[in-house]
Write a protein that binds this ligand. Structure first.
Ligand code: GLU
Length: 310
């Protein structure tokens, strides 16, 4: 049995050590930014902080507000990709979206124009809107429900649609995502700008707790009876290269783990073969990643030597 990164070492993580890191993180979040471009996102308490670690042998660690629900926002993107890879296969999915990282912001219209309307990857808004339009169903609610049910059935999570968040997202219009969808419709033929956008808005408002998020992460950590290994590998690779906005490259080095963040302060890291780490803390750094989430992930990956690069 290998020693480095084995489950034995995970057990060396003490609750006291985790509690101490969380206490440090609680100080750091005071300086962070709470996004307000969606009004409901600004209604959070910046002191909410939760971590759930789930290992493949069933062992778990939990700290903080683990019962506090939050919208997944962009953390849903890898799961849309996983679902569609399973439903449609690699070739069809990657005829709609690329595999290239981007150093532009997640909602960059200029990037999509420069790429002649072909979305760079599934972790940015253009790619996620294009893929949202491939979900089975005739409208936003039915497509979102198909994804929600599949994820809940396979992972044991209890995701729900946060209708108040959805109303808040709709209240601001979001012209940037509309511009992206319009460009996509011109270049690759979205079925309808309105339906694609409404689907995207719905799936971003799927909500759960860190326990649910860790359950979702477990879909990509170990062989799974109903998910192809190569699809897990594809999603993990794209999370590693594209999952943390413009900071993805930097954190591929610093963490060495497939990771995805969302504007709500959600953060999920996959430690292939070993487990999933889910964090929630709404204060963001300048790139839009959860300050506490990244801090805790760095501490955990360094101390437990979780990097996939050995
Ligand atoms: N629904 C959000 C948006 O498109 C998701 C952004 C994010 O989490 O990065 O603005």
């Amino acid at each position: 049995m290998q020693l480095k990164g084995s489950l034995k070492e995970f057990r060396a993580l003490t609750q006291a050590q985790l509690d101490a890191w969380v206490a440090q993180a609680r100080v750091m979040v005071q300086a962070g930014r709470i996004p307000d471009y969606i009004p409901r996102l600004a209604e959070v308490d910046r002191n909410w902080l939760a971590v759930q670690i789930e290992f493949s042998d069933g062992q778990t660690y939990a700290v903080g507000d683990v019962e506090q629900p939050f919208a997944l926002m962009s953390v849903i993107k890898p799961f849309v990709l996983l679902f569609l890879l399973e439903q449609l296969g690699h070739e069809t999915v990657f005829s709609q979206v690329g595999m290239q990282p981007s150093d532009q912001p997640f909602h960059s219209v200029a990037q999509l124009v420069a790429d002649q309307g072909f979305p760079r990857n599934p972790m940015i808004n253009s790619g996620a809107i294009a893929l949202a339009d491939c979900l089975p169903g005739h409208d936003g609610p039915s497509r979102c429900e198909a994804l929600r049910q599949w994820l809940n059935q396979l992972s044991g999570a209890q995701l729900v649609l946060d209708r108040e968040m959805l109303a808040s997202v709709r209240s601001v219009g979001n012209e940037t995502n509309r511009a992206i969808a319009t460009l996509l419709a011109e270049s690759s033929g979205l079925s309808s700008v309105e339906t694609a956008l409404d689907t995207y808005n719905h799936i971003c408002c799927l909500a759960g707790t860190v326990v649910d998020l860790a359950h979702l992460g477990m879909l990509m950590t170990s062989p799974h009876a109903r998910i192809s290994r190569s699809h897990q590998q594809t999603v993990n690779a794209l999370m590693l290269t594209c999952g943390l906005y413009e900071a993805s490259g930097e954190f591929a080095v610093q963490l060495g783990l497939p990771t995805k963040s969302g504007v709500s302060g959600a953060l999920l890291a996959i430690a292939p073969s070993f487990g999933a780490i889910a964090c929630y803390s709404p204060a963001l750094d300048k790139t839009g990643n959860s300050i506490a989430g990244l801090f805790l992930l760095e501490r955990l990956t360094r101390s437990l030597e979780l990097s996939i690069f050995g």
